[in-house]
Design a protein around this ligand. Structure first.
Ligand SMILES: [Fe+2]
Length: 234
């Protein structure tokens, strides 16, 4: 049997994938994230704070889309780990993608003026199961909010341990656990609270947690629970 050269092997793979082997543009990364609108009736944040925050979120969406299109044509032939445009774009891609979607998760799960969690909800049962008690989850989550240097506190479903855990993320992309499905997200960047609470992140966190949207969180926990069951079955 003839041994294929690397180039021939590459062409065969491209053909089997329906890609023109002579085309240089067979791996396009371009995508467009759509900006969403959020209703934030909370009085625990000033209108100026909310408007400023939405502007910041828009900036992440724009940057994410722009970086994506720049990656389409970025030079991949002279990449190195010290300094290369491709490396910088990939780092900025994750940073801005997380910045966009963490904000969407955050805006969606705060500002519920009728916030209420019932003891027979899946959220209450799963958080109680994995943290010992619901209060223990709350205390640990608040600790994550205070421990993040400038970033996020996240309750997530861990596909490896198959349990819900809390973590803190610095900025948008430092200490992001792999295999995590976020279900409760709190923005603890200073821009989220400084205008209204100065450096009192604890009072800000308490205020936001009083208005968590447990309907949204319930839906996320239900989906994460299903993912867990699928993985268990697989
Ligand atoms: Fe933010």
């Amino acid at each position: 049997m003839k041994t294929l050269t690397t180039s021939e092997l590459s062409e065969n793979i491209k053909r089997s994938l329906g890609i023109n082997p002579r085309s240089e543009n067979y791996l396009l990364e371009s995508y467009v994230a759509q900006e969403k609108t959020f209703n934030l009736p909370t009085e625990f944040l000033s209108e100026a704070n909310k408007n400023n925050h939405i502007e910041l979120y828009r900036g992440y969406i724009e940057s994410f889309n722009r970086i994506s299109s720049e990656l389409d044509t970025a030079d991949r032939s002279s990449v190195n780990s010290n300094n290369s445009r491709y490396r910088s774009l990939k780092i900025d891609e994750t940073y801005n993608m997380n910045g966009a979607y963490l904000h969407e998760l955050y805006f969606s799960n705060i500002s519920d003026l009728h916030s209420e969690i019932s003891m027979d909800s899946l959220a209450y049962m799963r958080l109680s199961r994995d943290f010992g008690t619901f209060d223990a989850w709350q205390n640990d989550f608040i600790a994550c909010c205070q421990a993040s240097r400038c970033g996020w506190a996240v309750t997530y479903y861990n596909i490896w341990t198959r349990s819900f855990m809390n973590t803190l993320v610095d900025f948008h992309s430092e200490n992001v656990p792999i295999g995590g499905i976020p279900v409760v997200v709190m923005d603890v960047w200073q821009h989220a609270y400084y205008k209204d609470y100065l450096k009192d992140v604890k009072t800000y966190t308490y205020a936001m947690m009083k208005q968590l949207n447990w309907n949204v969180i319930e839906s996320r926990i239900l989906k994460a629970d299903r993912v867990g069951k699928v993985l268990q079955a697989g």
